[in-house]
Design a protein around this ligand. Sequence first.
Ligand code: FAD
Length: 496
Amino acid sequence: MRTEAYDVVVVGFGNAAQAAAFSAHQTGAKVLVLEKAPKAKRGGNTWFSFGAQFRHVHNGISDCKPLLPHVPEKEWEKIDVDPYTKDDFYSDIMRVTRGRSVPELAELLVNESYSTVKWMQESGIQWEILYSGAVPEGDRFRWHHGSSFIHSKDGGAGLVEMWYRILQSKGIEIRFDTAAARLLTDDKARVYGIVAKDPEGFTEIHCKGVVLACGGFQANPAMRAQFLGAGWDLGKVRGTKYDTGDGIQMALDIGAQPFGHWGGSHTTPIDADAGDYEAGFLDPANRRYRTHRYAWTLGIMVNLDGRRFLDEGEDFHAYTYAKTGAEIVKQPGSMAYQIFDTKIKDAIDRYHYAGATPVEANSVRELAEKLEINPDVLVKTVEEFNQAVMEDRPFNEVIRDGKGTKGIYPPKTNWAQKIDTPPFIAYAATGGLTFTYGGLKINNRCEVLDRMDRPIPGLYGAGELTGGFFYYNYPSGGGLMRGAVTGRIAGRNAAG
Ligand SMILES: Cc1cc2nc3c(=O)[nH]c(=O)nc-3n(C[C@H](O)[C@H](O)[C@H](O)COP(=O)(O)OP(=O)(O)OC[C@H]3O[C@@H](n4cnc5c(N)ncnc54)[C@H](O)[C@@H]3O)c2cc1C
């Protein structure tokens, strides 16, 4: 077998791997990056992160400004953004994960978040203000508390490109069409290299440290059925088809510890007509049509029986979207309809429903007929909902307005408005799997741990394939942030 030698081999070419490669390079290491995808499809789920929002701790505008040196002063004058403290971020993670996130890992993510986005900016990543997370108030923009404030320029594709240029400018070698196949261990159980598979065959690459940053198992139907449960093998995947759990599997094969919420996943509401893979976009080539369906907090959502099945206004979608897709998957036909009336048409436009095919009708009964839902049931659902809407407080999309329902189950806790102004509009949604939560156990040096909780020498993990951060649910902007934080640490430590 061909044999080569490097200091650090990084597996994957998404944000976590790119951060790891650059960070290892900064220590002076000779780095090789292996990307399973062909060059044209490089970048993993990171490429698909249309919004590419990063959740990080900040002290308001004074911390955000250094991240965005190109933003002129007069633009800042129109911006209202409250501080997002370490306590805020940590308690958001704990709240949405029902207290299950591992404290050391949650702290790592929170504590390293600001220094990491700053490091990225200093390394050449350009940030932009995430205006899609703001609600306009006159000529000002307000971010609700906990909404991410920055995204990478030109979204996830832009992030992949910026990292690519940075790595190239440093002479870091990247091999496309080359998959890590298995890890090499010596008799001290130390990882001393990796076997890579390219179109020519296998190569042994020896190194001091391997960083696995090659995604979750969401694109592997066999693992989905095995760990998420029956039916998930048929589900739609929002991102890359190359994240098939390879890194997780090859680490488990040498005794790594399976960790975290193996039965859980980040699954969001997407257009019911989206494709099986790359389903975040109907047309990945030009990224024009978005399939996110995140405006349901402003209307109601019913299943094919015409019944509501969750609290649509439980919280801002940033804190519920990642679990709501899985709730849809549990419904008959793995489908739901999001129903709105004309009062909030502007808001739907803001949520980028362009490209979707709405079903419109002048009455709820007619809408039900068009949707092939039992009209009596849907009319009753909407009437009961309308009667339950509390009218004693104003609707306000920017805050948790407490304008809920009374006396129905499930309740709607915020943003409840009567559905009474025709035409009525429905959008068909299903669950789109973004990434899986279960993976490898790492410590705060991002070393992969064995089943006795001991680091496996020479093996590091970063990004989606790490378990223990997210359970049940997830706060938006946490995936890319976790990838950058863990990639940066793993790369630095893998270099020795
Ligand atoms: C539509 C969509 C929108 C999203 N929006 C956001 C957002 O706004 N904010 C946010 O924080 N998160 C978002 N996410 C989640 C985010 O994309 C991921 O959490 C993050 O990109 C994961 O980074 P990663 O580097 O760990 O994995 P990936 O970016 O998936 O990279 C994994 C890499 O490993 C490669 N690979 C796989 N197997 C092998 C192998 N055997 N050998 C070599 N290479 C291999 C893949 O080809 C890929 O390059 C979104 C995801 C999707 C799909």
